[in-house]
Ligand binder design. Structure first.
Ligand SMILES: [Zn+2]
Length: 417
């Protein structure tokens, strides 16, 4: 009897190994045949906004291990084929913003074997076929697009292919964490959505309010994306996407690129940062209202108090399984054709366990495979759904460019923050 139990256990563990190996092989095949297109990253932060920034490309080389989430060896290990890369400057001035463009062009030139600036679905496919990682230029706000739509057109010519309409605070749309002033999209914001359709720029609805998402989905004539957001039904925050919006996204043919950001993945993590920690921070702010007036002793005491609070209230652990729950949820609600992955790497401090850097994409794919997701479903998630959207956006632009003139709306100055 004992032997039977022993052999039974052995058989189970051998089967376990076999299924682990076959899952691993399947995920490897998925990433070979359909390398992952990541919806969002902030790689440029290491040249523009770090402690020693601004700094040159040689001060943060990508061909060796970096201190951030992204470098070329880890992108390769993670099976990455293309990245929607956020282009930004040190400040809001256009000249500062253009320095971000200079950096991205120079990065692609510095690593010609590995990186390629790609501004069409065709170029993305070609780059991946030739073993390079495509960089699709994107923008995470619209500060630089105020004045008139000519700026949008100029940046399109530079290579801009995806734009988030506001970054948490109000701009041409109400920001997710601001007090709404436009009731969704401003009049100029609506014009911009239509001009993005005409040009062939992907509309990205991350970071704005639910009403803004619904407004944009109402008027766009091309599919949209959420480049980094999760399901609001599982983690209730404006940054995530409600069922109502997800159902509209399905009608629109767009994609939500789910994100491994700790506090958008579980309610416990969200409440930790935005309820529990916020209330403690308020107490500290009252006790120590002016840090400039504090003595060294007071600073030391405040640090100790803060660390004592943190060790008594540890950060909730969020796992790949929690992340996978968002994939299952969205798939059950609107289907696998509307799901991708957007990491937010290099823009985010609190990632989830098992998804800490660009080499970790196979982990979420393995978890999904273990939950019964098929090889063809995983390929949709890694690449095909996004490329379908990109192609539809390009095709719609071709039609509109033939039938309509460039829009000339100007923004009223009170329209932006
Ligand atoms: Zn973001």
């Amino acid at each position: 009897m004992k032997e039977h139990i022993f052999f039974g256990l052995l058989l189970i563990s051998l089967l376990g190994c076999k299924s682990d190996r076959s899952t691993e092989k399947m995920v490897h095949r998925v990433l070979q045949e359909a390398p992952l297109i990541d919806g969002h990253n902030d790689l440029l932060i290491h040249y523009i906004w770090c402690g020693e920034c601004p700094r040159e490309l040689d001060a943060y080389p990508l061909d060796t291990a970096t201190s951030g989430h992204i470098d070329l060896p880890r992108l390769r290990k993670g099976g990455v084929g293309a990245l929607l890369t956020n282009i930004f400057g040190r400040g809001r001035q256009m000249n500062e913003y253009l320095q971000g463009w200079d950096l991205i062009y120079r990065l692609a030139e510095k690593y010609p074997e590995d990186l390629q600036l790609t501004t069409s679905s065709k170029e993305v496919r070609q780059a991946m076929k030739e073993g390079r990682i495509g960089i699709i230029p994107s923008m995470e706000h619209t500060y630089h697009l105020v004045d008139d739509l000519g700026r949008l057109r100029t940046l399109y010519h530079l290579g801009l292919r995806s734009v988030i309409l506001a970054y948490d605070t109000n701009n041409i749309a109400d920001g997710a964490y601001d007090k709404p002033v436009h009731d969704g999209l401003s009049a100029y914001g609506k014009e911009m959505v239509l001009e993005m359709n005409r040009l062939g720029i992907i509309i990205d609805l991350s970071h704005i309010t639910e009403k803004g998402m619904l407004d944009a989905l109402e008027i766009t004539t091309a599919p949209v994306i959420f480049s980094h957001a999760n399901a609001r039904a599982l983690t209730d925050t404006q940054r995530n996407v409600s069922d109502k919006v997800l159902l509209k996204l399905k009608e629109n043919g767009g994609v939500i690129m789910l994100t491994p950001v700790n506090y958008f993945t579980t309610q416990e993590a969200y409440d930790y940062f935005f309820v529990k920690m916020d209330s403690v921070r308020k107490v500290f702010d009252e006790r120590y209202p002016d840090p400039d007036q504090m003595t060294d002793e007071e600073i030391e005491r405040a640090d100790e108090e803060w660390m004592a609070w943190e060790s008594a209230n540890p950060l909730p652990v969020v796992t790949v399984k929690d992340f996978a729950d968002h994939f299952d949820y969205v798939k059950n609600l609107i289907g696998v054709d509307h799901i991708g992955i957007g990491s937010d790497f290099d823009g985010m401090t609190y990632l989830i366990e098992g998804m800490e850097d660009a080499s970790a994409f196979p982990h979420i794919l393995s978890e999904l495979a273990n939950r019964g997701w098929t090889e063809s479903e995983l390929k949709k998630v890694t690449q095909q759904n996004f490329l379908r959207v990109f192609e539809a956006v390009e095709q719609r632009a071709e039609e509109l460019k033939r039938s309509t003139n460039p829009r000339t709306a100007k923004v009223p100055t009170q329209d932006v923050d």
